[in-house]
Every structure is written in C-alpha cells, then in structure tokens.
Design a binder for this molecule. Structure first.
Ligand code: IPE
Ligand code: IPE
Ligand code: MG
Length: 233
C-alpha cells in the first residue's frame, strides 16, 4: 500500500532494458523501443493518477548517438511520430510536456516538434512530464555555466544557487526518487546536479514490462528510506 505521507514530488526514471527485452524474444532491438514507448505511457498515466507532480523520463542520452544509425534513426522516428499523435493522451490526463537536454544537437525537425508540443501543453494543471532527450548531466552543467557566463554573471559571485538558475528547468524541484529499470546500478549521466540527494531505486524488471505495480513498489520502497541530506535524523 502506498502511504500518502512522504510522497515523492519529482520522480526521474532511467528507462533501461528495451534492447534486452527484444533480444530475449528473438526480436530486433527496435521492437524493444516500441514496447518501451507503451510502457512509458502506462507509467505516465499511473504517475499522474498517484499525484506525482513532476516525472523526468530519460529517453535518449548524449552518449546514445554511439548506437547504430538504424537504432538511433528508429528512436528519433518514434519521437517524431508519437510526440504529436499523443496530444489527446496529454489532454485527457492534463499533462504538461517539458524538455531537458541539448536541443541544438537534435535533428531540427525533432527539436521544432518538441518545442511546439511543449508550448501546446504548457500550463496544463496535472503532472509535468519532462522528456530528457539528447540529455546528459555533464552537458547540462556545461550549458548552464556557459549561459551564466553569457549573461554576464560575476565570477566571484558564482555559487550553487547561481548555477542552478541556469539549468534546463530551474523551477523544477530536485528529484526525490530516481528509478532505474533493468538492473544496472549506474547513473549513465542522468540528472547529475539535481540528483545529488535523490533516493535511488533499481528494479530488475526490463522497461517494456513496467506497469503501475512496478512504480508503486518503487514508491513504497522510497517511503521506507530515511532521507538525511547530510544531517542526522
Ligand atoms: C533504453 O534501453 C533505451 C535507450 C537507451 C534509448 P536500451 O536500448 O539501453 O536497452 P538495453 O540496455 O540494451 O537492454
Ligand atoms: C541510459 O541507458 C540512457 C537511457 C535510458 C535513455 P543506457 O543503456 O544508454 O546506459 P548504459 O550505456 O547502460 O550506461
Ligand atoms: Mg541500456
């Protein structure tokens, strides 16, 4: 049972295991990404129903360009095809779609599509779903420092709050819980700055097999943690 107290406000998910899911079925890796998209819809809907305010989904990392052209092209194609066709789903669930990452490194048509769908859903009063696409934590910090310098920030006044103001979504609170599916215990460059005090949860379940039950289990586990933020409880 999920206890309503100590509920995470912001959850980040490293949606991993699409390739292994497909390979285990004798399918091509791309089929895993298609199934992963359906899992993402299930989990977004479940998170919205649970009252989670912010959900950051790691869709594609700044390192994922190392994959074959076929796989990268397929993932970008899925984004292009589904981002807009799911508008009805966002509306039904009052979803505000947002973006994190280096949009300048995306194919221009995809960057434009993201921008327009984010604008069209902006201000929806339900869950804010942040798509981390061509996202890397180190890349985000580098871009933040560059923006601070370009804005003429005084170098001697640079502190943590000043850097945080130039991150991709400065109004979004730090993630309370970061989930990784498919059993790997690493961050793979996800929310490095923001996740400094996030609780981590790793599930062995491959992403395409995720349902509301896996999300509920992650949250129940989170609720048993003692967060100390460096202090003593
Ligand atoms: C996550 O699944 C999706 C992306 C990184 C785009 P993977 O494609 O990494 O699946 P595995 O880790 O190879 O199983
Ligand atoms: C992290 O998964 C990126 C996403 C889920 C989008 P990867 O599969 O790319 O991570 P590594 O390569 O196992 O660290
Ligand atoms: Mg992987």
């Amino acid at each position: 049972m999920i206890n309503p107290g100590g509920f995470p406000q912001h959850v980040g998910i490293i949606m991993d295991g699409n390739g292994r899911w497909a390979e285990a079925r004798g399918d091509r890796r791309t089929q895993g990404h298609l199934a992963g998209l359906q899992a993402a819809k299930r989990v977004v809907k479940a998170a919205a129903g649970m009252g989670i305010r912010y959900l950051t989904l790691y869709v594609f990392s700044t390192e994922n360009w190392k994959r074959t052209a076929e796989e990268v092209g397929f993932i970008m194609g899925l984004v292009k095809q589904y981002l807009r066709s799911e508008l009805e789903f966002y509306r039904e669930n009052s979803i505000w779609l947002r973006y994190a990452g280096d949009s300048a490194g995306l194919p221009p048509d995809i960057a434009a599509e993201i921008k327009s769908v984010c604008n069209e859903t902006a201000g929806a009063d339900g869950i804010q779903v942040i798509l981390a696409l061509n996202y890397g934590g180190r890349n985000e910090i580098v871009r933040a420092v560059k923006r601070a310098a370009l804005a003429g920030e005084d170098c001697s006044a640079i502190n943590e709050a000043a850097i945080a103001r130039y991150l991709d979504n400065p109004d979004v609170p730090d993630p309370d819980l970061i989930i990784r599916s498919a059993g790997e215990w690493r961050t793979s460059n996800f929310l490095l700055w923001e996740g400094a005090y996030a609780e981590y949860y790793v599930s062995s379940v491959l992403w395409p097999d995720w349902t509301e039950a896996e999300l509920a289990l992650a949250i129940e586990t989170y609720q048993k943690r003692k967060r100390k933020f460096g202090g003593v409880s």
